[in-house]
Design a protein. Structure first.
Lengths: 501, 179
C-alpha cells in the first residue's frame, strides 16, 4: 500500500494554524453535554419513527425511516455472498514448481493485487533472478520476475538490508520521488505508473517486496532492454525524503513475459441510482479484467478556469464501497459491504483496488477486477440487485427496482409529502437551474427524482433524501418567502432530490 | 448496545470534537453555526453508528458527516434570501468568532483570514490536507472526490491562497519569490 504526500511552502504555517486554534474547555464540555442529552432524548423516543433535532436559528429535520430497514437488507445479503470469495483463486498443485521460483510473498495476500497472485499461480511471466547490491545504502535488491499485457507491466522485486531500516522505504512512482526509466539502444524514457502497485514490508527480515506497476513495454519483445529504478522515497510521519540511487536491471524481453488481452464489445445499458450507464466493453488478460463503462455521471467536467476534472460517479462510489484498507494486507475487499463484483463460473471475482486512478478515454470509467476463470461465463453484479451478463446476448436482471421507490415514497409519506413526476416544462426549468448552479452547489452528487404534490402555501423550498434514509427540508420562514425563493431559482415547484451519500 | 454506542460517541467526541469544530469553523466562519453543526455531526454519528463499518477510521467517517452537513448548510444558506441577508449583515461582525470561546494565536490569524476569503472548494481541500493532515485518499473519501481531483484542486488552491495572503498584505511578493 502506498503512502501519499506532497509539500508546499505553507505546510508549516497551516499545520500551526490547527494547533493555534484554541477552543474554550467549558464550551467544549457544554457541547458534549448537549449532545449526550439529545442522544438520550433520541433513545427515549427511539420507538417513534420520527425524531426532530432543533438547531439554533433554523430547523433541520432529521428523520429516520425504519432506520437501516430495507435499504440495509442488501448488506446482510452481501455478507453471505461475499464469504464465497475465499475460494475464487485457489492455489493448485500443478503450479507448485513454478511457484518455487519466486519469493512466496508475491503469491500471498500481502500483495494487494489478485492479478499478480493469479498470474504467478498460473505460471505467467519471465523469471529474472538477478541481484544488485546498492553498496552506498547497503541494500540487496533481487529482481524476481516481469509480467505484462498490453496495458501494464508488473516488475516484482525484493530488497533487504542488514544495516538500513527499510520500514519507510518505498519505490513510489505514483506520487513519490521514485521513477523507472527504460533504456533501449539510444532511446530513454520515463515509464508512467499504472495504479499504485503493491508493497509489503517484512519487519522480521527487514525486507520489502514490491510489485511495481507501470506502462506496458511489450513492444520491446525480443530486444535487450535496461530498466533503471531511480531514487527511493522515504515516508515518515512528518515529511518525505529521497534516497538518491539507481538500481539497474538488464535483460532480453522474452515473449513468456507477455500475455495477450482479449476485448469483447458489450454495449449494454443499465440504470443505477438514477444514472444511466453503458458497458462498452470488457477486456480479459492474465493480470486483470477491465470493465469499461460510460455513463451520465462519468463525463469530464470543466471548471471556471478551463481545467477538466471528474467527480466520482454513483457507480464508482458503489465500486469503492467494498474497499477496505487493511494495515497488514493493503487494499482488500470488505466482505461485509455491498459493492460491484464479477462472477465467473459461479465464483466471485475481486476488484483490484490498488489499481486506482487508472484513466480511460474521455468520459470512460474503468473498473478493474482480478482475471476470471471462464471468460464466456462472466456476470457483472452491481450491489445485490443488478446482474449483467458480460456478453452480447444475456439479459440484465434488476431484481428490486421497485424497492427503492417504495422506500422513498414511504419516507416522504411519513413526513407528509407525496411525490409526483415533473412535467416537460418543469424538467426544462430544472435543467436551466442545474446548468446555472451545478458548479456552485456540486449538484452532480444529487439527482432530481420528482416534485412535491400540492406545494401551494408551503414554506418548503426543497426536499432532499439521502440514500441512508434521511429526509431533509429546506424551509423559508413563511410560504410567501418560500415562493419568492423558488421563483428566484426559476422553479415553479418544490424539487425532491436524492442525495448520493 | 445503545449504552456502548453512546460511550463510544462520547469517546469520539473527546478525541475529535475540537478538530471537527475547527474544520467546520474554517468552512462556515461562524462559531455558533460551527457548534451547531458539530452537535449535528455527533448526533448523526450516533444515529448511523451501525453503518460505520471501520472501512475508514472513525475520524474520517466523522469528517465525512461533518463535511456533508456543512455543505448542506452552505447550500441552504445561499439560495435563501433571509439567510443571505442574515449573513451579509453579519459579515464583519466579530461576534462570529467570539474571543472568549475560540482564540487564534496572532501568527496564524492571517492564514485564518486569508483562508476565509478563498472559495469553498479550495478552502476545504487545504483545510483537510494541510491543516487536518488527512491523506489524499481520506480527503477524497471525505469529499467524495476522486484522488486525482484532490491533488489537482490542492495544486490550484495553494497559489490562490498565496495570492490572497499577498492581497491582504500578509506576505509581500519579494518574500514569495524567495521560496
Amino acid at each position: 500500500m502506498k503512502k501519499q504526500y506532497e509539500d508546499t511552502e505553507f505546510d508549516n504555517p497551516l499545520k500551526k494554524l490547527n494547533s493555534d486554534l484554541m477552543w474554550n474547555k467549558t464550551k467544549k464540555q457544554e457541547l458534549k453535554n448537549r449532545i449526550l442529552v439529545d442522544i438520550e432524548n433520541l433513545e427515549s423516543n427511539e420507538r417513534n419513527k420520527y425524531s426532530s433535532i432543533s438547531t439554533h436559528s433554523k430547523k433541520i429535520n432529521v428523520s429516520t425511516f425504519n432506520k437501516r430497514s430495507t435499504l440495509y437488507k442488501r448488506f446482510s445479503l452481501a455478507i453471505v455472498v461475499c464469504l464465497i470469495i475465499v475460494s475464487t483463486f485457489t492455489f493448485t498443485p500443478a503450479f507448485a514448481v513454478i511457484q518455487e521460483v519466486y519469493d512466496k510473498i508475491f503469491s500471498s495476500k500481502h500483495i494487494d493485487d489478485t492479478g499478480v497472485r493469479t498470474a504467478i499461480n498460473q505460471g505467467y511471466g519471465q523469471a529474472l533472478d538477478q541481484t544488485f547490491y546498492d553498496k552506498k545504502h547497503d541494500i540487496t535488491v533481487h529482481f524476481e520476475m516481469v509480467v505484462m499485457d498490453d496495458k501494464e507491466t508488473k516488475l516484482l522485486l525484493t530488497y533487504q538490508s542488514e544495516k538500513t531500516n527499510l520500514k519507510n522505504y518505498y519505490l513510489d512512482i505514483f506520487e513519490g520521488d521514485t521513477s523507472i526509466n527504460l533504456i533501449v539502444g539510444n532511446e530513454r524514457k520515463k515509464l508512467k505508473n499504472v495504479g499504485w502497485g503493491s508493497r509489503y514490508y517484512d519487519s522480521k527480515e527487514n525486507k520489502v517486496a514490491e510489485a511495481e506497476s507501470f506502462e506496458s513495454i511489450k513492444e520491446y519483445e525480443g530486444q535487450d532492454i535496461r530498466l533503471e529504478i531511480e531514487n527511493l522515497t522515504i515516508y515518515d510521519d512528518n515529511r518525505d525524503s529521497t534516497v538518491h540511487t539507481i538500481w539497474p536491471l538488464s535483460f532480453k524481453l522474452d515473449k513468456s513475459a507477455i500475455s495477450k488481452r482479449k476485448t469483447v464489445e458489450i454495449n449494454k445499458n443499465f440504470s443505477f441510482e438514477g444514472e444511466t450507464y453503458k458497458i462498452k466493453k470488457v477486456e480479459f488478460s492474465a493480470l486483470e479484467t477491465r470493465v469499461v463503462v460510460t455513463g451520465s455521471d462519468t463525463k469530464l467536467l470543466t471548471d471556471e478556469r478551463g481545467m477538466q476534472y471528474r467527480i466520482m460517479s454513483n457507480l464508482e462510489q458503489k465500486f469503492l464501497n467494498a474497499r477496505k484498507i487493511d494495515k497488514k494486507y493493503g487494499y482488500i475487499v470488505d466482505d461485509k459491504k455491498s459493492g460491484v463484483f464479477l462472477k465467473s463460473a459461479g465464483k466471485k471475482v475481486e476488484p483490484i483496488f490498488s489499481k486506482g486512478e487508472v484513466e480511460g478515454a474521455k468520459d470512460e470509467y474503468i473498473m478493474i477486477f482480478a482475471p476470471v476463470k471462464d471468460r464466456q461465463d462472466c456476470i457483472l453484479e452491481v450491489g445485490d440487485d443488478i446482474k449483467i451478463p458480460l456478453n452480447k446476448n444475456g439479459t440484465i436482471e434488476k431484481q428490486s427496482e421497485g424497492n427503492e421507490k417504495t422506500n422513498i415514497d414511504a419516507l416522504l409519506a411519513e413526513n407528509g409529502f407525496i411525490a409526483e413526476p415533473l412535467s416537460n416544462d418543469e424538467m426544462k426549468e430544472m435543467d436551466l437551474y442545474l446548468e446555472k448552479h451545478s458548479k456552485e452547489y456540486s449538484i452532480g452528487r444529487r439527482t432530481i427524482i420528482g416534485k412535491v404534490k400540492n406545494h401551494e402555501n408551503s414554506k418548503v423550498i426543497a426536499v432532499t433524501i439521502s440514500q441512508s434514509g434521511i429526509l431533509g427540508e429546506i424551509q423559508a420562514e413563511n410560504p410567501e418567502t418560500a415562493e419568492k425563493v423558488r421563483k428566484e431559482k426559476g422553479l415553479s415547484f418544490i424539487p425532491i432530490y436524492l442525495n448520493h451519500d | 448496545m445503545s449504552e456502548y454506542r453512546k460511550e463510544e460517541i462520547a469517546d469520539w467526541y473527546d478525541q475529535h470534537s475540537k478538530s471537527i469544530l475547527t474544520f467546520i469553523l474554517l468552512m462556515v466562519k461562524d462559531y455558533q453555526q460551527a457548534e451547531d453543526l458539530t452537535h449535528d455531526t455527533f448526533v448523526k454519528a450516533y444515529l448511523y453508528y451501525d453503518s460505520f463499518k471501520n472501512h475508514s477510521s472513525e475520524k474520517t467517517w466523522l469528517f465525512s458527516i461533518a463535511h456533508n452537513l456543512t455543505v448542506d448548510f452552505l447550500r441552504k444558506r445561499k439560495p435563501s434570501i433571509f439567510f443571505k441577508e442574515f449573513f451579509l449583515s453579519q459579515k464583519d461582525n466579530n461576534n462570529l468568532l467570539p474571543e472568549e470561546i475560540i482564540k487564534i494565536k496572532e501568527n496564524s490569524y492571517e492564514f485564518y483570514k486569508a483562508l476565509g476569503e478563498i472559495k469553498d472548494t479550495y478552502r476545504k481541500v487545504i483545510v483537510l490536507r494541510k491543516i487536518k493532515g488527512f491523506s489524499i485518499e481520506d480527503t477524497a473519501k471525505i469529499l467524495s472526490w476522486s484522488e486525482s481531483k484532490v491533488k489537482s484542486t490542492l495544486f490550484r488552491a495553494i497559489p490562490v491562497l498565496k495570492k490572497q495572503l499577498i492581497k491582504e498584505g500578509f506576505l509581500n511578493e519579494e518574500a514569495i519569490r524567495r521560496y
